[in-house]
Design a protein around this ligand. Structure first.
Ligand code: TRP
Length: 455
C-alpha cells in the first residue's frame, strides 16, 4: 500500500501547535483522574513524586514523539515505517489501535460530562451521597449514555473533518484559553470555602514517611499518570508535530505544553479538595466515581452549587473535547496519508466505527473498565515502551540531530536526554507494563468473568 501524494496541511501559527498539544494533554486525565489518584495514593506525597516524574520521564518522552513527528512529517504508521525497520514498523499500528479503543470509551465518559452539565441547569445536583450514586449508575449506562456518547462523537467528527487549520487549530484557540480562565476562577472561588485551609494542608504538605511506606504503589501510579496526562504513548504528539513546517525549538515547546498541563492538574486539586473537605468527604474515598458522585453531591450541598457544578462539568466537557480531537486525528491522519481517503470521509468513517465500539462501554460499566484498563495499562504503555526503545537505543543519532534543528548544537545535553530516555523512561514503562498486566488479569478474574457469568 503506497502512500498517496496529497499536500499535507500545517499549523498556521506556533501558538496553534502549542494550544493543540496543550488541548490534547489537558483532559479527563487532569480533572477526573488526577484528583482521585492523589486521594488514593496519599495526598501531597503523591503530588511530589508525580511532579518529579513529569520532569524526569514525561519531558524526555514528549521530545521523543516530537522529533519523530517533525522528522518524518507523517502519520504514526508511516512515521514508524520510516524510522524503524522490520518489526519496529508495526509500532504505528499499536498506536492506531490504541487511539481507536481509547476514544470509543473516552467519548462515553465525555458524554456523562455533557449530561452532568445539563443536570445542573435542570434539577440541580443531589446532596445525598447514596442518591447521587444511584443517579450516576442510572445515567452512566443505557440509552442516556448512548445518546450523549453519540452527540459528543458527532462534535469530534465535525471538528476533525474541518482539518488542521480550520478545524483543530481554530477550536483549540477558543477552548484552551477558556479552560485556563475558568479553572483559575474556580480555584479562587474554592479558596473562599470553609474547608479550604484543611484541604491545602492535606494537598500541599507531603509526609515523607508516606512515600517511604507506599512507594511500590506510588511510583507506578505516578509514572502512569504522567504518561496519560501528557497524551504520550500513542502517537498524538508524533501526529501533531508532523504538521510543523518550520524548525522551532521543540524543547521549548515541550516545556510550555508540560507547564500548562501540570498547572491545570495542580489547580484542579485546589478546586476539588476544598469542595470535598467542605462537604465532609474523605478524599481517599471517592475513587473513579469521584467527580460524578462525591463532587456532584458536594455541589448539591453548596450554596449556588448548581451553578458552580454546571460551570465545572461544562469545563470538563470542553477539556475532554480538545483531547478527543487529538485521539481521532491520529487515526484519521493514518487513513488520509496511507490510504488516500479524503479527510471528511475518513473522519465520518472512523468516528462511526469508534461510536459503535463505544456502545458496550455505554451499556455496562464493567465493559467500560474492560476497554479502559486494556488500553490504558497495556496498549498505551506497550506502544510507549517500544517507541522509547526504538528511538533511545536504535535511532539516537537521528533523534539528537532532529532535536538540534531549531536549537543548535546540544552537546552533552543531547546525550543527557538520550540517557534519560534509555534508562529512567524505559524502566518506568517496563514496571508500569508489568503491573498493568497483573492488574488486568486480576480484573478479568474478579470483575469481568463473574459479570459474564451473570448475563
Ligand atoms: N491527555 C488526555 C487527558 O489527560 C487524554 C489523552 C488524549 C491521551 N490523548 C491521549 C492519553 C493519548 C494518552 C494518549 O485526559
Amino acid at each position: 500500500m503506497g502512500s498517496v501524494d496529497i499536500p499535507r496541511e500545517q499549523w498556521a501559527t506556533r501558538i496553534g501547535f502549542i494550544f493543540a498539544a496543550v488541548g490534547s494533554a489537558v483532559g479527563l486525565g487532569n480533572i477526573w483522574r488526577f484528583p482521585f489518584q492523589v486521594g488514593q495514593e496519599g495526598g501531597a506525597a503523591f503530588l511530589l513524586v508525580y511532579l518529579l516524574f513529569i520532569i524526569l520521564i514525561g519531558f524526555p518522552a514528549m521530545l521523543v514523539e516530537f522529533v519523530v513527528g517533525r522528522y518524518t512529517e507523517r502519520n504514526p504508521v508511516g512515521a514508524l515505517k520510516e524510522v524503524g525497520s522490520g518489526a519496529w514498523a508495526y509500532i504505528g499500528w499499536i498506536f492506531v489501535a490504541t487511539g481507536f479503543v481509547i476514544l470509543s470509551y473516552y467519548s462515553v465518559v465525555a458524554g456523562w460530562t455533557i449530561r452532568y452539565t445539563l443536570l445542573g441547569l435542570q434539577d440541580g445536583y443531589l446532596a445525598d451521597a447514596a442518591e447521587a450514586e444511584g443517579q450516576f449508575v442510572e445515567l452512566a449506562s443505557g440509552l442516556d449514555a448512548i445518546l450523549f456518547h453519540a452527540l459528543f462523537m458527532a462534535v469530534v467528527i465535525t471538528i476533525v473533518a474541518y482539518g488542521i487549520q480550520r478545524g483543530i487549530e481554530l477550536a483549540v484557540k477558543v477552548m484552551v484559553p477558556a479552560i485556563i480562565v475558568i479553572t483559575v476562577g474556580m480555584a479562587a472561588y474554592a479558596f473562599t470555602l470553609d474547608g479550604a485551609s484543611e484541604a491545602y494542608a492535606y494537598y500541599l504538605s507531603p509526609e515523607f514517611s508516606v512515600i517511604a511506606a507506599e512507594w511500590t504503589s506510588i511510583l507506578p501510579a505516578a509514572a502512569g499518570q504522567a504518561f496519560f496526562t501528557l497524551s504520550l504513548g500513542m502517537g498524538v504528539m508524533i501526529t501533531y508535530a508532523s504538521y510543523l513546517g518550520e524548525d522551532r525549538n521543540l524543547a521549548e515547546d515541550g516545556a510550555i505544553v508540560i507547564g500548562f498541563d501540570t498547572a491545570i492538574a495542580f489547580i484542579t486539586g485546589l478546586i476539588v479538595f476544598p469542595i470535598l473537605f467542605t462537604a465532609g468527604v474523605d478524599p481517599a474515598d471517592p475513587g473513579a466515581g469521584a467527580i460524578f458522585v462525591s463532587l456532584a453531591a458536594a455541589f448539591g450541598d453548596l450554596t449556588l452549587g448548581w451553578l458552580i457544578g454546571t460551570i465545572f462539568f461544562g469545563t470538563v466537557a470542553i477539556a475532554a473535547l480538545s483531547s478527543a480531537i487529538s485521539l481521532m486525528e491520529v487515526v484519521v491522519s493514518y487513513i488520509i496519508d496511507e490510504r488516500g481517503v479524503d479527510r471528511s470521509r475518513a473522519a465520518i468513517g472512523i468516528g462511526s466505527g469508534m461510536f459503535l465500539l463505544g456502545i458496550p462501554s455505554a451499556y455496562d460499566l464493567v465493559l467500560l473498565d474492560l476497554f479502559d484498563l486494556f488500553a490504558d495499562q497495556i496498549l498505551l504503555v506497550l506502544g510507549g515502551l517500544l517507541l522509547t526503545v526504538l528511538v533511545g537505543w536504535l535511532s539516537s543519532d537521528l533523534a539528537v540531530r532532529e532535536l538540534e534543528r531549531g536549537i543548535g548544537d546540544l552537546g552533552s545535553i543531547g546525550t543527557a536526554w538520550i540517557w534519560a530516555v534509555r534508562v529512567p523512561v524505559v524502566l518506568a514503562l517496563l514496571a508500569a507494563l508489568y503491573l498493568g498486566v497483573l492488574e488486568y488479569i486480576e480484573f478479568l478474574q474478579e470483575g469481568f468473568l463473574p459479570w459474564l457469568d451473570e448475563q
